[in-house]
Design a protein around this ligand. Structure first.
Ligand code: PAF
Length: 279
């Protein structure tokens, strides 16, 4: 497994694979790798086959954090991550630091202006600008043909697909279904920051969304999910929203496939989840 720490290193490392017939696939992560990430890597390997190349990036991207405390607290168990990548058969790991990724006087940002306005984009201003900017840079530095993203971050996935479409980025976007713990909690690097009590309570998010999604009336769906989550004194709702599955704009009637999505704080830890409605 090769390790690259600057964009130049990564470009050079990728030159070794450039002449090969196999495809190159990137799995962008912020590290603290859990079973969900390893599933992304497994599917990436499956997608490119034995003669393909799997690249994992591990970078806690400062420009997508709107809260300095959240950036600070983000887990960074790099040694353990590298061992996991090696065991998962990753070919190249890219671990830049912020100075290697961003010029101090950088002045170009990628902004998506429709899908990023609702849900997490509304409560985390600038978040998706940071995501789009870093993802495009990672695509360009790695020269990969394809990239694998988790469906758990469905708004992120929709925005990246839109960026690739609108900017003619020659990268195929692949997706991996949400991986859950046995009690239903969506796997996330942030779960490791929950206290035992918060961790025991957090599966209520998925339970509440799943139960609410069985209803047919938009107001009832939203109030059912809200009531089930706010029944816990530990949970603080950031948003619960029912949006069109394609435009991500809030809906008032269920006519087309929709998504019921929530972001919930446990202490300082913000968890997101969603379920399909009417699909
Ligand atoms: O989903 C994530 O972990 C991040 O948003 C990503 C795609 C690696 C960009 O920093």
């Amino acid at each position: 497994m090769k390790l690259a720490t600057t964009g130049k290193d990564l470009r050079e490392a990728m030159l070794d694979y450039a002449g090969l017939t196999g495809r190159r696939v990137l799995v962008p992560t912020m590290g603290a790798l859990h079973h969900g990430h390893l599933e992304l890597v497994r599917l990436a390997r499956e997608a490119v086959g034995a003669d393909g190349t799997v690249v994992v990036s591990i970078f806690v991207n400062p420009i997508q954090f709107d809260q300095a405390a959240d950036l600070e607290a983000y887990p960074r168990p790099l040694e353990a991550d590298l061992i996991k990548c090696q065991a998962a058969g990753v070919d190249v790991v890219f671990v830049p630091d912020a100075d290697a990724m961003y010029y101090p006087d950088r002045s170009v940002t990628v902004t998506e202006t429709l899908l990023s306005r609702s849900l997490c984009g509304a409560s985390r201003p600038g978040h998706f600008d940071g995501v789009c900017t870093v993802v495009l840079k990672l695509f360009l530095l790695s020269g990969c043909h394809a990239a694998m993203f988790g469906e758990k971050d469905f708004q992120q996935l929709a925005i990246i697909r839109r960026m690739v479409r609108d900017l003619d980025v020659p990268v195929e976007i692949l997706e991996c279904p949400t991986i859950r713990e046995s009690d239903g909690l969506a796997m996330s690097s942030r779960n490791s920051r929950l206290t035992a009590k918060q961790r025991a309570d957090a599966p209520r998010i998925h339970r509440a969304l799943t139960e609410a999604a069985k209803l047919r009336d938009v107001a009832e769906i939203l109030s059912s999910a809200r009531a089930d989550i706010s029944a816990s004194p530990l949970a603080r709702i950031d948003y619960i929203s029912l949006v069109d599955a394609e435009t991500l704009q809030p809906v008032s009637k269920l006519k087309r496939p929709a998504v019921l999505a929530a972001a919930v704080f446990y202490g300082e830890v913000r968890l997101i989840d969603h379920v399909a409605v009417g699909q």
